[in-house]
Design a protein. Structure first.
Length: 257
């Protein structure tokens, strides 16, 4: 059996095998390409969706802690504002999709896809927010807050499942993105209370705690990632791995001359 390294303009690095007495088989190893561009519309889904859910979660927690409901005096009603911001994020990622009509299958992979779980949690969260506007209820508010937290966490797990970006594969990322979304929501809640003139001590305290947690988890995340980068065009590490696999494959199948 003879192995010759071959290069292709599109395939990058590969290995070609010729079997004597067997059919010809060609194996190509395509090196991974670091993702350099991320569509802004997709990024808006994580920014707006997390901020909207975090905004409601912050409002729910602060109102539960002080056992008061100043929502009637707020300029931005928490339920309506959260729904609008989350829907804006979902609409932005829908515009980015290449085949939007396939959205009807979004809930078909609840057992394995975090994107399906994100869509389900978003739908339940929006529905509960609308119900709360009609019938305020402590149990519904708690359930809605839980859905908001689950929605933020699911967005973190979506990025964590994206293997094409090594920096997202850290197990700390879902927690980091969840806390960051809650921190953004605390900021919106603090601004809303300040402009409405009903600022309570729980709102700034929640924002400070979320900010400190976001800073600490962010440092842990940066240390866990390691930021290993490969220079453009440097495939030496990949070539070694590919050759190692080729040698192992050589001993499998038909015997060669």
């Amino acid at each position: 059996m003879s192995w010759t390294a071959c290069r292709s303009k599109h395939a990058g690095v590969g290995f070609k095998s010729t079997f004597v007495g067997c059919e010809k088989l060609e194996i190509r190893f395509i090196p991974q390409m670091p993702q350099a561009v991320w569509e802004k519309k997709a990024a808006l889904n994580f920014i707006l969706g997390g901020a909207g859910a975090g905004f409601y979660l912050s409002h729910a927690l602060t109102s539960m802690l002080v056992q008061s409901d100043p929502a009637a005096r707020l300029i931005l009603q928490p339920e309506w504002t959260a729904v609008l911001v989350v829907c804006a994020g979902l609409a932005s990622v829908a515009l980015e999709a290449g085949r939007p009509w396939r959205a009807r299958f979004i809930l078909s992979r609840l057992g394995s896809s975090w994107m399906s779980r994100e869509a389900l949690l978003a739908a339940v969260f929006i529905l509960l927010c609308l119900l709360l506007r009609q019938r305020p209820n402590a149990a519904l508010q708690a359930l809605c807050a839980a859905c908001a937290g689950g929605f933020m966490a699911s967005q973190g797990f979506i990025l964590h499942a994206s293997r094409a970006v090594p920096a997202w594969n850290s197990p700390v990322l879902p927690l980091f993105l969840t806390v960051s979304s809650f921190y953004a929501g605390c900021g919106l809640n603090l601004i809303n209370h300040s402009l409405s003139g009903v600022l309570q001590a729980a709102a700034p305290i929640a924002a400070l705690i979320a900010g400190a947690a976001d800073w600490g988890i962010g440092r842990i995340y940066c240390q866990s990632v390691g930021w290993v980068q490969t220079a453009a065009g440097d495939t030496s590490t990949f070539q070694k791995g590919a050759r190692s696999f080729a040698k192992r494959f050589q001993s499998v199948g038909c015997r060669s001359d």
